[in-house]
Design a binder for this molecule. Structure first.
Ligand code: AHM
Ligand code: MG
Length: 340
């Protein structure tokens, strides 16, 4: 009998493993554990208004921001799920100043490094607005059985073997890529499974949405100011003026633009010459997804994925989304820097 049948995340990743003849199932197990942590965090996020988990946890993270209780919870859940998988030898997280290199015999054999922002857009938790988790996965460079170090944690984005995000929104979705297409899974809470809902996502080459914090306009570089004016100009051939949409959660802003077409910008400013967003666990994974969906990601001049990282929490200006829109923004930036 032929009919509609849902495909769960686990079925999907096992099926994909078969496409790699020498795969041993290690990445499959790792992704499976990411799915478990995501479900636990989702449950807590859904209860955020009911139980006492919204306020501050009393600590300040390495970026000098107050850590919310939910950030701390999400961080701990992902760490414990990944450590339990046995496939992960080290983790770098926005919430922890140093990388965590596991030195127990079990984890040291793990082949993968995991970098994450466990709860992105955390300023939106208290107001019931979409937040997310972003993750990036690398194969270790150092030999198995040893404790991983900088050579493993500080790899350029073009070495990622998988990346994705979870969006805790009006419904919860997990979107990921292992380099062959971007696929999205929606959490069906009635059966507690992520189910394939967005197969082989391709982002439109052009869009009509631009997303950035325009409140910072006076601090933006000239090229960005000019690009914003371009977005706001009337031109029927290119569907301008574009609409401005900004949630303030990278995952949510990117997810919307990925599906509808648009550009997301967090530029450099005089005060913050490298912007705000972190290369290793925010920009690299999003850039990998953007490219694999047919979009683009740059720091305005260079491809994000080709930047050699120098530290875990380094920041980078970020321009990502529909290919033609990112290229147009880059044109404005180049023209302004040539004038200067
Ligand atoms: P966070 O990791 O502390 O949550 O900060 C990252 C967030 C992104 O999700 C979002 O794109 C950006 O910060 C919003 O910053 P701003 O409030 O300056 O517009
Ligand atoms: Mg965060």
């Amino acid at each position: 009998m032929k009919g509609y049948r849902i495909k769960t995340l686990n079925e999907f990743i096992i099926e994909k493993q078969a496409e790699f003849p020498f795969a041993k199932g290690e990445l499959t197990r790792l992704l499976h554990h990411v799915g478990i942590a995501a479900k636990i965090v989702n449950k807590k996020v859904n209860k955020a208004g009911l139980v006492d988990i919204i306020g501050e946890a009393g600590a300040v993270n390495v970026q000098g921001e107050d850590q919310k209780k939910l950030d701390v919870f999400a961080d701990a859940q992902f760490i414990s799920a990944l450590q339990a998988s046995g496939e992960c030898c080290g983790i770098g997280s926005e919430e922890n100043e140093e990388t965590m290199a596991f030195d127990d015999d079990f984890s040291k054999e793990g082949n993968y490094i995991f970098l994450m922002d466990p709860l992105d857009g955390s300023s939106n938790i208290d107001v019931n607005v979409s937040i997310g988790t972003i993750f990036s996965i690398y194969r270790r460079v150092s030999p198995r059985g040893t404790v991983p170090g900088d050579v493993d944690f500080l790899q350029p984005g073009n070495k990622q073997v998988a990346a994705g995000y979870i969006i805790y929104g009006s419904s919860t979705m997990l979107v990921y890529t292992t380099g062959r297409g971007v696929n999205g899974f929606t959490l069906d809470t009635s059966i507690g499974e992520f189910c394939l809902s967005h197969e082989r996502i391709q982002t439109p080459e052009d869009g009509t949405l631009y997303s950035l914090n325009e409140g910072n306009y006076v601090h933006f570089p000239d090229g960005v100011k000019k690009y914003i004016k371009y977005c706001q100009q009337m031109d029927t051939a290119t569907n301008r003026p574009y609409s401005s949409r900004y949630i303030g959660s990278l995952v949510a802003d990117f997810h919307r633009n990925l599906l509808k077409g648009g550009i997301f910008i967090y530029p450099e400013t005089a005060k913050a010459p490298n912007g705000k967003l972190r290369l290793l666990y925010e920009c690299n994974p999003i850039a990998f997804l953007a490219e694999r969906a047919g979009g683009k990601a740059s720091d305005g001049f260079r491809r994000i994925l080709d930047i050699q990282p120098t530290s875990l929490h380094q920041r980078v200006p970020f321009y990502t989304g529909s290919k033609n829109m990112v290229e147009k923004a880059e044109e404005f930036l180049r023209a302004s820097s040539d004038e200067a």
